[in-house]
Every structure is written in structure tokens, then in C-alpha cells.
Design a binder for this molecule. Structure first.
Ligand SMILES: [Zn+2]
Length: 355
């Protein structure tokens, strides 16, 4: 009897360090598993025999790498498949710009397309108006093989993430204002408030270094085994995805919406409600099943939602300004005092009466 393989089975295999090449060649793949394997083929880990055959505009039959002949790299760069990936970079760039997550020439995006090569956005171009022909093909050292424009100056960070995190198929870097505000303040967003954030994001802060330097990339890469969204102190955010570039972009939408929401919640004059450790535990189980990393996975309930450990120094509620409180409070206190005095005197009076 043939084995049925689901996307979850494939993810489980990858999580345990397995190789998709070990899947039985005659296995029946669910549509989601077929899609996932198709994605994986994009960076050369798919089954070499059996399984779904690449479509006419699918990835190259032979996985590419930095030592592939230049003619093969050129052919790939000009293929219909690569054209599709270039369009995806342009589309994600357009969304970043439309949502004001990038400014000027800021932000950059990369997609892994082989063992140690990636397609990325060019330097000095607004991400809102990129054209497919402006994209660049580079190796993991940042050497450029193809593309008329020069590659982004921040590519090293993307490549260092991909090197350190083999599951990273795409990376997005931008400067969304609310999340970047947290990065500038050096505050990790508090947790246990919104399910989407808990399930899809795993956030940490990397210290500031000059953008584009290997040192900056290293500090970010140091965090990507446990986190998929890194706040870069005094700079912006970078995310990676094990699915595709749109999913890496979704991490930005989720983080930015979250930072915005908790900022609003902190201004409503009442401490925000948080979920219980048991409720968080449920979400972490979903997160684990989706193959999304989180250092809290596997902890006991009692160890979750520990503010000191998970959000050091974060005070979510903004204290009201003293001058605003002073007026009404003084009045209220006087009123309370008057009522108390009255009742006390009434009480004393009553007490003096014989019962
Ligand atoms: Zn930047």
C-alpha cells in the first residue's frame, strides 16, 4: 500500500533534520505536500527522482550553486521561473512601500534560489516601483553574477540569515514605523496579547551596528535559529520564512499591526488584559505544528508568561501624566473625604443613641 504524505509530514521531516529525498518515490502526496515540495525544489532540497516533476516554468532540474557554470546561471536568471520570482520581489516591494514600511531607497528583499545563491533587490531604488529586470543574482558572499543594477548594500545580512538558518527560503528587511519605534527604544514587544502574533512571530532584538556590515549580519544571524522576526536596534526589522517571500512579508504585517495595537491599548488608561499561560500554551502547540520556531516551545505552563524573562524592562501601560490626574483626583479626594466625614458623624450620632 502506498504511503500518503501530507505537508505536515514534510515539515516534520525537515524539522527533524531529515531530507525530502528520503521520501518514498511512489508515495501519494496531498496537494499541500506537493506545493511544499515544489517550494523546496526552489532551493534544491527536493527529491531527485520520483515526486512532482518541475513544471515548464518550474525551478531548474539541476539545483544551482555559486560554482555552477555562468551559462547555467544566466539561463536560470532569464528563465520563466526566475521571472516569476522577480515579479514576487517587485510585488512584495510594492506592498512594503504602499504600507509605508520603507522610506526613500530603504528596505531590501531576497529569495534563496540554490544551495548558496539568492535573488535580491537592487540598491538605490524605491521598493514601490521596482521592475523585474532590475533584480540581481548573488552568491552567499555577496558576489553578483547577474542583473544590470548593483545589488542592495544590505544583502550580506540576508545571506548570513540564509547561511545560518537552512530553512530560510526568503528574507524581507524594512523600516515599519511602529515596530521600528520599539527597535529604537530597545523594547521587545510584550507578549500574550494577540493570537496571530504568538503563532506566527518569534521576535528578538539585535544590537545596533552599521547597516550592511558583516558584523550587523552576524548579530542578526545569531538569533535566527529561534526567531523569525528580528528587530534591529535603531534601524528596522528583518524577517525570514521557511515558506516563501510573501510569508516573510506577512511577518512584517503581523509585527507592525501588533506594535500599533499594543501602543493603542497602552493609551486607554487601563492595563491590557493578557492571555493565561494555558491559553498561550495552546497557541505554541499550533506554532510548533506549523514549524515556526519559538524559544518558549517545550516550556511548562508555569514557565510561560514570565514578564521578567520574556519582556525585560517592558512596561506596557503608559502612566498618566501627574498634572492631568491632579485636578480631578484632588476634587474626588475632597468629595470622598466629605462623604466619609458625614457618614462617620452619622455613625457616631447613631452610636450615641441607645439601641
Ligand atoms: Zn535598513
Amino acid at each position: 500500500m502506498k504511503t500518503v504524505i501530507s505537508a505536515k509530514d514534510v515539515e516534520e521531516l525537515l524539522r527533524n533534520g531529515g531530507d525530502v529525498k528520503s521520501l518514498p518515490a511512489d508515495a501519494i502526496l496531498t496537494p499541500a505536500a506537493r506545493d511544499l515540495l515544489h517550494e523546496l525544489e526552489g532551493y534544491g532540497t527536493a527529491r531527485s527522482n520520483g515526486g512532482p516533476k518541475p513544471a515548464a516554468n518550474g525551478p531548474p532540474a539541476r539545483p544551482l550553486h555559486s560554482k555552477s557554470p555562468k551559462s547555467e546561471l544566466d539561463a536560470f536568471f532569464n528563465s520563466a521561473y526566475c521571472e516569476e520570482l522577480k515579479l514576487q520581489l517587485c510585488e512584495v516591494g510594492r506592498r512594503l512601500w504602499q504600507r509605508a514600511y520603507v522610506d526613500g531607497n530603504g528596505g531590501n528583499i531576497a529569495i534563496r534560489v540554490g544551495e548558496d545563491i539568492a535573488l535580491c533587490t537592487p540598491t538605490l531604488v524605491s521598493k514601490g516601483f521596482m521592475k523585474p529586470e532590475e533584480m540581481c543574482l548573488v552568491d552567499f558572499e555577496g558576489n553578483q553574477f547577474c542583473g544590470q543594477k548593483k545589488r542592495t548594500s544590505e544583502i550580506l545580512m540576508h545571506l548570513q540569515i540564509m547561511q545560518r538558518q537552512p530553512r530560510a527560503v526568503a528574507t524581507v528587511h524594512c523600516h515599519p514605523p511602529y515596530a521600528t519605534g520599539f527597535a529604537v527604544a530597545g523594547i521587545e514587544p510584550p507578549t500574550c496579547m494577540i493570537p496571530e502574533y504568538e503563532v506566527f512571530s518569534s521576535v528578538a532584538i539585535a544590537p545596533y551596528r552599521t547597516p550592511g556590515t558583516p558584523e550587523m549580519g552576524k548579530l542578526v544571524a545569531d538569533l535566527v535559529d529561534q526567531h523569525n522576526t528580528i528587530l534591529m536596534a535603531n534601524h528596522g526589522v528583518v524577517s525570514w520564512s521557511h515558506i516563501n517571500v510573501e510569508d516573510a512579508y506577512f511577518k512584517m504585517e503581523i509585527l507592525e499591526a501588533y506594535c500599533r495595537t499594543i501602543l493603542v491599548a497602552s493609551q486607554l488608561g487601563k492595563p491590557a488584559n493578557t492571555m493565561t499561560p494555558a491559553q498561550l500554551q495552546d497557541l505554541l502547540k499550533i506554532k510548533q505544528s506549523l514549524g515556526i520556531p519559538d524559544p518558549r516551545i517545550g516550556l511548562k505552563e508555569a514557565e510561560l508568561c514570565d514578564n521578567c524573562e520574556w519582556r525585560p524592562g517592558v512596561s506596557c501601560a503608559v502612566s498618566p501624566k501627574p498634572e492631568i490626574l491632579e485636578g480631578p483626583d484632588a476634587e474626588a479626594e475632597a468629595a470622598v473625604q466629605a462623604i466619609t466625614d458625614q457618614s462617620m458623624s452619622g455613625l457616631d450620632h447613631n452610636r450615641s443613641q441607645p439601641s
